[in-house]
Structures are given as structure tokens and as C-alpha cells.
Design a protein around this ligand. Sequence first.
Ligand code: NAP
Ligand code: MG
Length: 488
Amino acid sequence: MNIKTDEKTYLNYINGKWVAASNQKVNTSINPANRHEIVGYVQQSEKEDVDQAVRVAKEAQVSWKKLTGAARGEYLYKAANAIERRMDEIAETMTREMGKTFPEAKGETARGVAILRYYAGEGMRKVGDVIPPSDADALMFTTRVPLGVVGVITPWNFPVAIPIWKIAPALIYGNTVILKPAQEAAVTAAKVLECFDEAGFPVGTINMVTGPGSVIGQAITDHPDINGVTFTGSDSVGKSIGLGAFKRGAKYQLEMGGKNPVIVANDADLNQAVEATISGGLRSTGQKCTATSRVIVQSDVYEEFKNKLIEKIKEIKVGNGLNEDVWMGPCASENQLNTVLSYVKKGIEEGATLIHGGKRIEEEGLADGFFMEPTVFENVNNKMTIAQEEIFGPVLALIKVETLEEAVHIANDVKFGLSASIFTKNIGHMLSFINEMDAGLVRINAESAGVELQAPFGGMKQSSSHSREQGEAAKEFYTSIKTIFVKP
Ligand code: NAP
Ligand code: MG
């Protein structure tokens, strides 16, 4: 594909219009595969721009919530169709803006479409229960009401799917929305919003304000008229948003990091385990919250598994994600690359053995991008930083164990609990893993990084605020239950 440069400034979307922010500052969004390529400019808005968006969203919510669920669903279907029509363009923008390969970007965009359609249908499903009252003449039941205005703060790693899996349930249950996308991927988000615009939502229903998290994210967290804040991103930012929302009595939902293990048992299908470890650990350059990061392998198969893994990893072609033969793109930013390199350095300093990769790729044609070799460590123990902290890059840590009890103990010995998988043919091993593993997603003979839009998604321990997103579970956050008692 030819390299394109699209040096447009993307504006805020407020009250159904594209509007300039209250200052002239812009952020340059560059292509991490080639730092000289500008994908677009996004505004660095101010708190006043959030205030304006909240005013219109609050006003719009009064009539939006009065529509039937089916009527709200019609708008979601239209947004889905608009995104579907622009699928290739949006996916290409995503690849150019944050680096994941074009097929992955397209898969994510298609998922966004499917999520919108799923929640469009949700507008016609049940919202409450009838409960027998203590008075025989009365009727008691529950219904669900929207929160009001919801603030949506999202990361750069899934710039289409994450905003949509928050916006779609927010809207279908009768809330209005202010989206603050990550600056690193705000051009992609703007294109999604263009599709919502095309769908013709009532003005003020969905709004977007771009800018730094410390200003715009903070303004959303603190705004007295934002009734719920939903966030996906890092651990530290999530906790500060949770505290801020808690202090003013707003509802909040946080989806944060992971340090996801895969256990390879002595009886595993090793080819299957190798495929899943590579796919789970290295797709999207390891920048998924559900990415496999620790590979805990039983000793009898350790050497064979390791050799097969390295052999396969050697075949990985790293490069610009728009090129068809490329399997792994760059890190999403220079910052991200430097973070990954600093973890590699730490791993070596703390005594782990680097057995593959470990360096930035600076060969011909890739030196202007933020490319990193797929990296594997062995002789890792659980006290090491690379076994404890989320790296968010293409780095795997191999940990050798004797027993499966030890494997599960190590798997649980981190502060996170998002996703975990095991490879085994033994039903007993499967069941004890299901019982003992502290993770929101437990996967048997499947990679750690698999999320299904119709099923609950979220983490245990410090991976989340214990809320769940997606599927029917999303209803818990975006609504409040009202219990009604009627006596004739
Ligand atoms: P991040 O730095 O926490 O940023 C996430 C969002 O928060 C961005 O929009 C950011 O704005 C904004 N933000 C930054 N400071 C803020 C503040 N003080 N107040 C309010 N908002 C603020 O995370 P990231 O680097 O984009 O994404 C990577 C992280 O996301 C990883 O830790 C990963 O595990 C996590 N993640 C979790 C899940 C999950 O579902 N559990 C899914 C995907 C990713 P700007 O960056 O634009 O300034
Ligand atoms: Mg970028």
C-alpha cells in the first residue's frame, strides 16, 4: 500500500457539530512505523470545552431517555452500518496511527460493528423482574434507569472497540456520552465519531472532546454533572479516576492492567500451546491488556516447548502493519518502546536470561519507526520485575515449574487478575485451574487474549473495579435499579 499523509486537524464533536477548541493548541498524531508520517492533528482542548459538552449532553439526555429502547437501537444500527461502509479506511487509519497490523485493525473495526448491533438489540430486551411483595394486593417490580451523562475515557490500544463497547451500552440504556479518546489514537476515534454523526443521533447525545488526560480526563472525573465515568487504561491513572469519582459520589468503572499467565502442562498439545502463546503474547505487539506475558511450563516438556516457541518466533516478520507480509507492527509510540526496552534491561540486571530478541530494530527501512524484536526471557522467577509488572510489549517470560500446584500458585502471585489460560488434556487439571485461578477470564486450551463481545469482560484483584463490561453485564454499570411497589 502507498503511504498517505492526512494532515487534517480533527475537531471536537459537540452538540452534533465539529467545533474548534477554546485554544489553538494541537497534538500531532504520528505513525509509529515511520515517525515522519503525520496521521493528523488533534486539538488539545481545555476544561471549558468539557463544560460545554456536558451542558449539551445533560440537556439531550432528557429526551433521549424518553425514546423507546428500540428507537435508540435504530441509531446504533445506523452507526454500525456507517462504520461497516468505512471499514477499510478506519482500519488503515488505526494501523497508521497506533501500529497494529491491518488485518488486526480490520478485525477490531468489524468487532466494533458487531458490538453496536448487539447493543442495538439490547434495547428490546428485559430490564427488570417481578418480585412477590408481602402484600397480596400489590405489585412489586424492578426497572432500570440511565445514570444520566456518562464520561468515557479510553486508551490507544483498541481505539475502535473499547470506545464502542462503552458508548454503545451507555446510549442504549438512555445515557448521553462525552468521549475522551487517548491522544495517541484520537484520529481513529474521530473517524468513528464521524460515523455516529452520519447515523444522525439527536444533537448532544454523543460528544467527543480531545486533549491530554491530565486536563480533559481530569475535567470529566471532576465534573459535577457527569454521573458515571468509565475508564480503560493503566493502573495508576485508573485509581486516581476512581478516587476522584468516588469523592463526588459518581459511579465509576475501571478496567486496568494485566500480567496474564499461560500454563503449559506436561500433557499439553505443545504445538497448540506454542501457537496460542505467540498469538496471545505477541499480536498487537503485546499491547493488549489480556496479552500473555508469563509462560509457566512444566519441567518435562520445558525444553521441547521452548525450542518450538523460539523456532516459530524466528519466523515472525516485523514491520509496517500495512504491508501484507508483516505479522507484527511497531510499539505504538516512542514512549512505549522505551518502556519496553527499560523492562528488558531490568530483566537482565535482575538475572533473567535473554534467549531471543531484546533490542530495538534499526535495520534499513525500520529505523524511523518504534520497532522492537519479539523478546523471550528464561530463568525468570516470580520476584523479578518482569514477572510482576505489566510490560505492554512483545516480551515473554518463561518460568519452569515441577508441579501444576506450583504453576497455579505462581500464576496467582501477582497483583493483577485479568486473564489466564492453561494447556492440558486432563479434565482434572482443567477443573482445578478453573477453581483456583483468580482471573476474570479463565481459558482452557485457548490463548489468554480472547474476548467475546456477548460475554462479561473484566478482571479480579487490581485489574479492575470488579465491574464487568460487554454482554448483558454492561447493564450493571450503565443503569441504576429502581424497585417499584404499587398498591391499588
Ligand atoms: P493510560 O495512560 O492510563 O491512558 C488511558 C486514558 O486515560 C487516556 O485517554 C489518557 O489520556 C487518560 N488519562 C491520562 N491521565 C489521566 C488523568 N489524570 N485523568 C483522567 N484521564 C487520564 O493508558 P494507555 O497507556 O492509554 O493504555 C495502556 C493501558 O491500558 C495498559 O495498562 C493496559 O493494560 C490498559 N488496558 C486495559 C484494558 C482492560 O480492559 N483491562 C484494555 C486495554 C488496555 P492521554 O493519554 O490522551 O493523555
Ligand atoms: Mg501515534
